[in-house]
Write a protein that binds this ligand. Sequence first.
Ligand code: SF4
Length: 73
Amino acid sequence: MTEDRKKALCFSCLYRDARPEVGVGDQLVYCIKKERVVSPKIQCDLYARATEKAKEHLRHTLYGSFNGEDEVG
Ligand code: SF4
């Protein structure tokens, strides 16, 4: 990993779309927040650290909750 890549915020950011089918590789990142492909940023006002809790919250926001919505009985 290059120094630039290590410093780039996008790789630890909540808003990086890490799905392989996005297929933008190491040099580019699809940013969910900006809704476009970007080069990895060293500085970004929209950066949010991708903690497990934050990722879970984002999933709920994007896809809704499937837990607890099953029909009962
Ligand atoms: S919000 Fe900023 S740091 Fe996060 S993925 Fe988008 S461009 Fe990168």
